[in-house]
Structures are given as C-alpha cells and as structure tokens.
Ligand binder design. Structure first.
Ligand SMILES: *Cc1c(COP(=O)(O)O)cnc(C)c1O
Length: 394
C-alpha cells in the first residue's frame, strides 16, 4: 500500500493496514504467539531471512506491525519498533547502541523514570552521563567529551513545558557524530516532527495521547532503517520489550481519532490557559500556545500547535494547590496525561517527589505548581470547575 502522499489525518486511519483473507474493515487482532509453516523448508527459509513472514511475536506480529507502519507514516520515519510501555521504548532506544565507556548528555528536565535511567542505571554499567540545562546551547556544547555518543531530550518538558531547540541540539550532535534521541510525548506526532528537525531517533509513550483514553500501556521507537537494523534489531529481539497484539490493536484504534482529539484538546487548553492567566490566585501560567511562553520564538519555528497541557502556579502554595485539587468536580487528580478525561497533578508531591528541593527549583517546580492535562470535556465546564475550585481553595 502506498502512503507517500497522504496527509496525517488519512495516514492515521489507513496507513499500515494488513487485511486478512476475510477482508475485515477494522484492523484484525492477531492474538498469537507463534506462526505455522507449510513445510520444513519454509521454516528454514524464514529463519534465514530469505522468505518474508512472521516467526514469533516477540520479534513481530501482524497487529503490532500495523501499528508500527502507521506510526512510521505519521512520523515520516523509515522503520519502527513498538514496545510494551513508553519506558521500554526510552530504555531500549538509549541502551541498544551504548556500551561501557561511552558518554551521554541529557537535558535535566526529564520525565522521572527517564532521569533515573540516565542518572542511576547507566552509570551502573559504566556509561558516563551528564545532565544539562537543555535550553542553553552552550551547556550541551560544554558537556561534550571525546567519548560522547548520544544526546537525549524531551520537549516540551514535564511538567514545566519548557521547549528545547531541537534543530540546534541536533547540529551540535551531528558535529561530533553523536545521535540525538527525542522523547516527543508532550508534543504528539502531530505538533512536532523531531526527525525533520534533525533528530535521529524519536520515542513515544503511546500510553498518553496515542491511546488517549486511559486503557493500555505502550510505546514506540522510530528512526531510519539503518540505525534500527544496526542498533535496535537484535537488542529488541533478544531482550523482549515487545508490545502485546491486544494493546497494539487498542493503539491502532486510538490513532484513528488522534488528530481530532489533539486538535480539540489543544483548542480547549488554549482557552483554559488564557482564563488561568487572568484569574486572581493564579501565579505563573506556562502554555506553549501563548505569546508569553519563555521560548515562544522556538515554538513558532518548531511546533505546529500549542499543547494539550498547561502548567500553572497557585500563588498561595501547596495548601491552596491541594485545596484546588480537592475541590474539583470534573477534573480528576491523576498523574497520567493525554487522556480524554481532564487530569491534574501536583508534581512536587507525586511525579517529581524523588528530586531534592534544589533540583525541583532548578526545573521551575514550586510547592504551588500544578500540571493540567486537558481532556475532551466542554472547555467552559472545565473553566467553571477550575474557577469554583480556585474560589473554594481561597
Ligand atoms: C509517560 C511518559 C514516559 C513513560 O511512558 P510509560 O508508557 O508510562 O512507560 C516517558 N516519557 C514521557 C515524557 C512521558 O510522559
């Protein structure tokens, strides 16, 4: 099937579909671990890579294959591997090409588990790591060592929605022959295209906007075919972070509505961010669609839309932030994001509780900081919910 000229919305509905002999309209769910061969010769040929076909679902599965191909069409990537979670994607994408003695530079504003992989896990295996302020290009450059092999960043960042100039970091990486891996979860594949900006590998937690309805965990790694063949292929087959066919099927169905959901959630988020920015009792509001975002000029160059997430400070601190959360009726307290249900979290006591006070301050997380993931409810109901809860919180 040719998908070359399809616009994203069309690719999201049709790309990668593998129709069985029954001609089903909706993607089939192939819940099978293995595959049978007509002859011993056919099994031999398949293991030699001389005959196309599936061998074992840890390697590849038709439903998972459809999800990978659809993600490739959307991202403009040559190849992909789907994983059981976003963290399986991040850790495989980072570790598959590294060995003891290599050096990694990463932006310090990372999703908590990503930061643990870089800061704690990698050094255990003799991989040197440096964490830098990702918004400062000098910091990336200064961190480079003769053995630097990999750069890693997330943009916009969690939870403070800081935006990193991906093209500028890619340029520094290219100058020394290092690879840049971008965790593109917060932007979604619709609002930012890291590969077009010069990144070499893109990773997603499909758990977030791709599922979009809070059901399954999943992830995906996308890159050029050569990088995947050389680095990820064997690592993936033999360590087994594979996505289950059931979850891949849920993700495929999620992709069909991704563009519609993200567009609606972004539109609502922009309206809610404007409301919060004017509301008494609310301090700093960070929203990638607003002109007052600290990296508004980079956002104009590198992103297509705003975001489905808003970060804001309740001026009176932790007690008032908790009071707001507890007074909400529609918006739920949860650390997840990208869901059709609006979710709010207090990073300092949940997702970022393991950091020191200083490390949190460095990332711009204060005791009153809240992160809101805007869902598919009516924006005016969400505004009323926030307004009522802010009043109740004092
Ligand atoms: C959620 C998330 C992950 C981890 O994904 P899981 O599916 O929960 O394993 C990684 N990076 C970012 C930015 C995330 O938001």
């Amino acid at each position: 099937m040719t998908t070359r000229n399809w616009r994203p919305q069309t690719a999201l509905v049709h790309a990668g579909t593998l129709r069985s002999q029954f001609g089903e309209t909706s993607e089939a769910m192939f819940l099978t671990q293995g595959y049978v061969y007509d002859t011993a010769e056919s099994a031999e040929a398949r293991f030699k890579g001389e005959e196309p076909g599936f061998i074992y679902s840890r390697y590849a599965n038709p439903t998972v294959d459809m999800f990978e191909k659809r993600m490739c069409a959307l991202e403009g990537a040559e190849d992909a591997r789907a994983t059981a979670s976003g963290m399986a994607a991040v850790s495989a994408a980072l570790l598959c090409s590294l060995k003891a003695g290599d050096h990694v530079v990463a932006a310090r504003a990372l999703f908590g588990s990503c930061r643990w992989v870089v800061e704690t896990l990698m050094p255990r295996y003799g991989i040197e790591t440096s964490l830098v302020d990702g918004t400062k290009m000098d910091a990336w450059q200064d961190a480079v060592r003769p053995n630097t092999k990999l750069f890693f960043l997330e943009s916009p960042t969690n939870p403070t929605l800081e935006v990193i100039d991906i093209a500028a970091v890619a340029k520094i990486a290219n100058a020394i022959g290092a690879r840049l891996v971008v965790d593109n979860v917060f932007a979604t594949p619709l609002q930012q295209k890291p590969l077009e900006l010069g990144a070499h590998v893109v990773v997603y937690s499909a758990t977030k906007h791709i599922d979009g309805q809070g059901r399954c965990l999943g992830g995906v790694i996308l890159s050029d075919k050569e990088w995947i063949d050389k680095n990820l292929h064997d690592y993936f087959r033999h360590t087994g972070p594979s996505l289950s066919p059931f979850n891949a099927w849920v993700m495929l169905k999620g992709l069909e509505t991704l563009a519609v959901r993200v567009r609606q959630q972004t539109e609502s988020a922009a309206k809610i961010a404007d409301f919060l920015a004017e509301r008494t009792g609310v301090g700093k509001v960070i929203y990638p669609g607003r002109a007052d975002h600290p990296q508004a000029d980079i956002i104009r160059r590198q992103m297509k839309g705003g975001s489905t997430l808003i970060c804001f400070d309740v001026s009176a601190g932790k007690g008032a932030a908790f009071g707001l959360e507890n007074a909400l009726e529609i918006i739920k307290i949860s650390n997840n994001l990208g869901d059709s249900k609006s979710l709010i979290t207090h990073p300092a006591t949940t997702t970022h509780k393991n950091l020191t006070d200083d490390a949190r301050a460095e990332l711009g997380i204060s005791p009153g900081t809240l992160r809101l993931s805007v869902g598919l409810e009516d924006a005016d109901d969400l505004i009323e919910d926030l307004d009522r809860a802010l009043t109740a919180a004092g």
